[in-house]
Ligand binder design. Sequence first.
Ligand code: GLY
Length: 391
Amino acid sequence: MMKKEIEICSGTGIISRVVFGDVGSGMPDCALAECLAPYPEVFAVIDANLTDKSSAAGSVYAMLQERNVPSYAVEASEQAKNMETVLGICSWLMDCNAGRDALVLAIGGGITTDMTGFAASVYKRGVRFAYVPTTLLAQVDASVGGKTGVNFEQYKNMLGIIRQPEFTYADIRMLGSLPYRDFLSGAAEMLKTFIIEDNGNYAVSAGVLKELHSAAVQQCRSGECEFRKMTLSDVMVKAAVEWDVLANLVAESIKVKAGIVSRDQFEGGERRKLNLGHTFAHAIETLARRHGDDLTHGEAVAIGIVMAARLAGLCPDIAPSHDCALAARLEADFTACGLPVRCPYDILGMAEVMSKDKKSEGGKVHFVLPCAVGDVRIVDLSAAEACAMLK
Ligand code: GLY
């Protein structure tokens, strides 16, 4: 059977591919083995938490071990997302005598893929790399588009490079053991892509996510499962949603991102739209760290998207073309999907943090403002101006 895939292109041709696992076929490790067949030397970097052989990621790991693929486990945390870990990967590649022909395969979430892509990009001035993302966030965002890097000083992803993976192997079955709250974090990024480019997928995905969330809530109420301990599989068992419906939405979301990256790989213009909700989200995440609050990236993005929709209605440049019911619609949808929508921090504190955003240029930040589902605009404003409007 033909493998389903999406190509990412630039002026010079195909620069990367996303290959999808087929839910109805054999296990992910077989399909991945096919993807790896053309590469003579493979070296695997894996999130240290994923080596348990009972999960899909564990079965991939076991397949690699059977094939004597050397592997290296990394701690996948924001604290460990630094140059020391990248240098550790490079030292290990040197110890293994990895040559210029090497393919470095990252298995894990976005932290693992970002660090591995960066290490492979600098090792011997750049060797090939590929990804097996094991979170929804990594499948629809981090593993597609070539952004690699690490945190530096107090800034997230301050050091890095845009360099494309040979391929990303996206398989919904890798997500079965994912904590449901982490799934929801990726779901916010998926909804984001459909607010940028709709094609009818926004309403479908919101409907699917609402169905999943009501199944999750029911399980919590009946005492069957604790919210924090629930996996996506636990919820899927009880929900009227088929795995291939979810797989199709993931593929549609990746298709939107792949199209944008194909048109603007290095974020000179259109790719900025993918930062929808993120200017607010980064400030919210910084304040959450300061207050010791527990908030996932996707939760911050959901709040940030709603703030951006409110700002769009207040911004004189675009308010006339803005759907005035949008912010309320997004709020209602996100809430029903299990995502937060209210910013827990004072808007003035947000302005102070946002003014230090590494993406601000000449005091202005590129705000991505949704006018309607499927219509977002980029407006340059200072953080103070934006927050004053929202006050
Ligand atoms: N995460 C946004 C981008 O890849 O451009």
